[in-house]
Design a protein around this ligand. Structure first.
Ligand SMILES: Cc1cc2nc3c(=O)[nH]c(=O)nc-3n(C[C@H](O)[C@H](O)[C@H](O)COP(=O)(O)OP(=O)(O)OC[C@H]3O[C@@H](n4cnc5c(N)ncnc54)[C@H](O)[C@@H]3O)c2cc1C
Length: 451
């Protein structure tokens, strides 16, 4: 028998893997995290580029009341936020997360009727949709799992302008649109968003990497180990039980259990499809990915002085633009602005998608990409082998219909964006991680883990 130096091996140092590792070390487990990239954090960190902290995917979480931060607090990972409320006090801004901008340059703040693109009756219709979505029950309206936001909204409006606004709002929160997201799922996103945004919406000081750094600190301080440039080639399985992993250099490492944060399709590759029942294979094969384009730009001039987010309903591709320097100027060189443009892909023609996104940007802000203003432009494509998420929060693939962290192989678990949970983007990850930790440690023991 080989000596087992670890209680748990975690494959992948994305948000899901690091959260699981932080939970396990707090329960005194010996943990090894193996990450194939040269850095940790996966699609939830920043990399230095020309003095800018450029994200590898995510823009931000929702602050100190988000699922992510509540999990961090539980495992002792300390993250400081700058909130919209603080900025409102310091700079006299409206304290709002976003405004709407159209290609004719008109902008509209949701708290004012000035410049409103909507008639009074459209405003009432939009309010009814939103109030209906967040209210507990709205009589006579079916808001079950199988009704899309589009179908739900049609009970109140025929306005294309309202549907396009909904598409943008849904796009930035989930990569989906009003026809592909179930109303029941968007309700949870709105409940989380309104609950948090009204109070403590904020940005981690120093960028989202601060969350990754804080989790790493907990793992290392509690005796866990993290190795980068360590790709797992194979999960070792004996008599339907995971026993460890084999690395790309051929070395095997043994442990009592293995947790994969490598995504469900990767999981099948490194285990072998023959290790799983056909029902599980069918579930993974049917996942509908979110595919998106992110264009990150460094600019000499700020894009928006009053709010961090711009919603763009009349664009062909752009759903919204986020300006992290609004919250924390230190994520860019002094005096510079960084923006992050998000555009869900509509075709497989990547060149066309980039061209349409850039055209949208130039229509929204003429001259923005002129050499006198543009410091850099990075186009990031999340599609094919590097999707934003392998499974979207769409019909029959949301909440508990997503992948259960307890896999059909004993002592093998899965965490990350495709595991069970509902909510705003990565903020659903801690829901699956909590479940995985309950299964691994037992509910009682996991509940007792607080620092
Ligand atoms: C453009 C874009 C914008 C987004 N914006 C937001 C946002 O603003 N807010 C938000 O909350 N979420 C956002 N998201 C979603 C968020 O980025 C993801 O949900 C989250 O980062 C996924 O985390 P994860 O742990 O599931 O996986 P990942 O971050 O993908 O981590 C998986 C890790 O496993 C590693 N790995 C894979 N295979 C192996 C192997 N064989 N051996 C070892 N390591 C392996 C990978 O290298 C990676 O580091 C955005 C996503 C995208 C693409």
């Amino acid at each position: 028998m080989f000596e087992k130096k670890y209680d748990a091996i975690i494959i992948g140092a994305g948000l899901g893997g690091l959260m699981t590792a932080a939970g396990l070390v707090q329960a005194k487990k010996r943990v090894l995290v193996l990450e194939k990239a040269a850095f940790i954090g996966g699609k939830y960190t920043e990399i230095d580029y020309k003095g800018y902290k450029v994200t590898t995917g995510a823009w931000t979480n929702m602050g100190s009341n988000s699922h992510i931060d509540r999990f961090c607090q539980k495992v002792g990972a300390q993250v400081d936020y700058i909130t919209l409320k603080q900025i409102r006090k310091e700079r006299g801004t409206p304290g709002l997360l976003g405004k709407i901008r159209y290609k004719n340059g008109k902008e509209f703040l949701p708290t004012s009727t000035l410049n409103s693109p909507f008639s009074e009756s459209e405003m009432q219709e939009f309010s009814k949709i939103m109030i209906g979505m967040v209210s507990k029950e709205l009589e006579g309206i079916d808001r079950s799992k199988n009704v899309s936001v589009f179908e739900y909204a049609k009970n109140f409006t025929n306005s294309d302008k309202i549907i396009k606004l909904l598409d943008s709002l849904i796009g930035i929160a989930s990569g989906l649109n009003s026809k592909t997201i179930p109303a029941s799922e968007y309700k949870i996103i709105l409940d989380d968003g309104f609950g948090i945004a009204s109070g403590s919406f904020g940005f981690p000081i120093g960028g989202i990497k601060s969350i990754i750094d804080a989790l790493e600190k907990v793992i290392i301080n509690k005796g866990g180990e993290i190795r980068t440039k360590s790709a797992v080639e194979k999960i070792l399985i004996d008599s339907n039980s995971a026993t460890g992993v084999q690395l790309s250099d051929g070395k095997s490492i043994y442990s009592d259990l293995v947790v994969s944060n490598a995504g469900p399709r990767n999981l099948l590759k490194i285990c072998g499809r023959n290790k799983f029942p056909s029902s599980f294979l069918k579930q993974v094969d049917s996942l509908i990915p979110i595919e998106a384009l992110a264009i990150i730009c460094g600019l000499n001039e700020p894009l928006s002085e009053d709010v961090p987010m711009i919603i763009t309903p009349d664009c062909q591709r752009i759903a919204g633009i986020f300006q992290p320097t609004f919250f924390d100027p230190s994520v860019a060189p002094p005096g510079k602005t960084m923006i992050d443009i998000f555009a869900p892909l509509k075709t497989k023609d990547i060149k066309k998608e980039i061209d349409l996104t850039v055209k949208d940007l130039e229509d929204l802000y003429p001259g923005i990409l002129d050499p006198s203003n543009l410091d850099f432009q990075l186009n990031m494509v999340f599609a094919g082998d590097f999707p934003a998420a392998e499974g979207a929060q769409t019909f029959r693939q949301t909440g508990n219909d997503r992948i259960d962290p307890r896999l059909p192989v004993n002592n093998l678990f899965m965490v990350g964006a495709e595991a069970i949970g509902s909510g705003v983007a990565a903020d659903l990850i801690p829901i699956g991680v909590n479940k995985a930790l309950e299964y691994i440690l037992g509910t009682e023991k996991w509940l007792k883990v607080t620092t």
